[in-house]
Design a protein. Structure first.
Length: 242
């Protein structure tokens, strides 16, 4: 199992925002979908070890995130909602700095992600400053960077926020491709239903609870709904149109 979450709860003060979550994810493209306020970012902070929980268990490839945090984090690549790139450094410098934090030499670092840079159309941009890149290319760079230490799991928190429709579409297709080619587990958190495709594994989160989990098209059939939009409206309290 790539990610295992058992009886996970979280409260801000007295306000409980995650309620006994249980789910497991394997390699492939997994979407964490839920309306604003569902608890996606809180869950993300717990999965990345930013928040510590007193309640429940998280395992990354069978490594306990609470008891063996360093080993668990080594298995993980993360793309946060807000960019963490240094705009005044080049693409290559951003990549190599991150690699050095993982104890990876510049040569190995670039070798590890050479095909990925090619695929994400970043190979030609290695010497450009990040400031010169479009929003879409900056996001691609963060995805490539998250793969530099060859993790088994990649977590992305609303990675298409602020991008235009074409860039969004391209990035999600790239990441779906990477999940299948590299055989890794991707968890893509979003509130945008049009980012979900029928064969994605879906976790539907609402008000801190998992309302449904499974292959999206199967969940639609089981719930007698035609598509993810209907499923979302049937199982969540959301009034969003998209
Ligand atoms: N620091 C905090 N203190 C108190 N309540 C918080 C805090 N951060 C988030 N919350 C509340 O926790 C609940 C879950 O928020 P969270 O940000 O995890 O949801 P989300 O699904 O990521 O939503 P969004 O897409 O809007 O970020 C919300 O009701 C939110 O108001």
């Amino acid at each position: 199992m790539s990610i295992l979450v058992e009886n996970l709860s979280y409260s801000y003060g007295r306000k409980q925002v995650l309620k006994e979550l249980n789910f497991s994810l394997t390699a492939g493209f997994n979407v964490l979908l839920g309306p604003n306020g569902a608890g996606k970012s809180t869950l993300f902070s717990l999965l990345t070890g930013l928040f510590e929980t007193g309640y429940g268990e998280i395992k990354i490839c069978n490594v306990d995130l609470i008891e063996q945090k360093r080993s668990a984090l080594r298995l993980m690549g993360v793309v946060f909602q807000q960019s963490t790139l240094d705009l005044d450094l080049s693409v290559k410098q951003n990549l190599l700095y991150h690699a050095s934090l993982h104890g990876i030499s510049p040569v190995s670092a670039l070798k590890n992600i050479e095909p990925i840079l090619e695929q994400l159309q970043l190979s030609e941009r290695l010497n450009d400053r990040v400031r010169q890149l479009s929003g879409g290319h900056r996001r691609r760079l963060e995805i490539a960077r998250a793969l530099i230490h060859q993790p088994k799991v990649i977590l992305l928190d609303e990675p298409t926020v602020g991008l235009d429709t074409d860039s969004r579409g391209l990035i999600i297709e790239h990441v779906r491709g990477l999940a299948h080619e590299l055989g890794i587990c991707i968890l893509w958190a979003t509130h945008l239903m049009d980012e979900v495709s029928g064969d994605d594994e879906l976790i539907l989160l609402d008000k801190g609870q998992v309302r449904a989990q499974g292959r999206c098209d199967r969940l639609c059939d089981d719930n007698d709904t035609k598509n993810v939009f209907e499923l979302y409206h049937k199982l969540t309290s959301s009034v969003e149109l998209m």
